[in-house]
Design a protein around this ligand. Structure first.
Ligand code: MG
Length: 339
């Protein structure tokens, strides 16, 4: 297989070309005995434990943007969904839907990024699929990943949303909106060069450090599409409590703030790919904050608000002018194909 080659419909046929693509590209980069066995299912050894299982599809446009690419997001997004559930991410599947004519060299770049990100996060890519569709029937490449994680006896699943009570604190692991604005600027639709990078990263190591620091964490969620605002609004919905957050305490880069003002976005609803929202008992707030800040991925972490008895079902934001406004869920699609 030469670097100049492009994906042909035959690469998805299940025949000789498929076989060649799988062995010369996917197997070579994703090396794992369960994968190289080339059986219909990967046969895995898992500890006898509770499992976490998740899936997500990635259609980000463009495929490469400052600070990340579709391959890194496809691994990190699934790793993070497992990690925020409290599980140790272990195995990942990767399914590719590729447009006919897509350069194999670009596919290899994506696959290499996936392999590196998986290695870095300590997960193995053990099964997958390739389909090719005709030119114009999909845009370049779409990736679906599923992930399996297991819970350690020491670190069971988090108690969850139902355990959240007035008095609990809300933390965010760093600046919000970096991913959304980085992807937007990579679309060349902006009059300015932002110099901004996506925060795309696997959070499993950071989350493990936080868990070691506190056993009083109640709930975690990675603030991806819909942003921080949607997560907080969802958390309040159907509950008997409210949430109050302070505008000045929410970490937002100056560039992101500026871009949002210019383009009419609210950073609260801009996507992130490496930020976690944590709800915990207030007694452990400082321990958690310190654990976050001691890790490179959490250095800008902050306590941004608390759970309150007032205004049940609603999240209120105290603005920099001293007024308050309701934080609702994101309505419609703010930025399509952001992940
Ligand atoms: Mg998630």
């Amino acid at each position: 297989m030469t670097k100049e080659q492009k994906i042909m419909l035959g690469h998805g046929s299940g025949g000789k070309l498929s076989h060649e693509l799988i062995s010369s590209l996917f197997l070579r980069h994703f090396q794992h005995p369960a994968l190289t066995a080339m059986t219909d299912s990967a046969v895995l050894n898992l500890p006898e434990a509770q499992l976490a299982f998740t899936t997500d599809s990635y259609v980000v446009d463009p495929l490469f943007f400052p600070g990340g690419n579709i391959g890194r997001i496809a691994v990190a997004g699934t790793v993070n969904d497992l990690a925020v559930s409290g599980a140790k991410p272990m195995f990942i599947s990767a399914a590719f839907i590729i447009e006919e004519g897509f350069p194999i060299a670009t596919l290899e770049q994506i696959v290499t990024e996936m392999a590196n990100e998986a290695r870095h996060a300590g997960v193995s890519i053990v099964t997958g699929d390739t389909k090719v569709v005709g030119t114009g029937k999909c845009d370049k490449v779409f990736i679906n990943t599923a992930g399996l994680g297991s819970f350690h006896v020491e670190f069971p699943p988090f108690p969850g949303q139902e355990s959240v009570k007035p008095g609990d604190v809300i933390l965010i692991s760093g600046t919000i909106g970096d991913h959304g604005m980085a992807v937007l600027s990579a679309r060349n639709e902006l009059p300015v060069q932002s110099g901004l990078e996506s925060d795309c990263a696997c959070l499993n190591e950071l989350i493990l450090e936080v868990r070691k620091a506190s056993s009083r964490i109640k709930f975690m969620r990675d603030a991806t599409r819909g942003g921080l605002g949607t997560i907080l609004a969802e958390l309040c919905e159907k509950s008997k409590f409210g949430i109050e957050i302070q505008y000045e305490t929410i970490p937002v880069r100056e560039t992101v703030r500026g871009m949002c003002e210019l383009l009419g976005f609210d950073p609260l609803y801009v996507a992130n790919e490496g930020k976690v929202v944590i709800v915990a008992e207030s007694s452990d707030a400082q321990r958690i904050l310190l654990a976050l800040q001691n890790h490179p991925l959490g250095k800008d972490a902050a306590i941004i608000g608390k759970v309150v008895e007032q205004h049940p079902g609603f999240c209120w934001l105290k603005t920099e002018y001293g007024s308050s406004r309701i934080v609702d869920m994101l309505a419609g699609e703010q930025l399509p194909r952001i992940c």
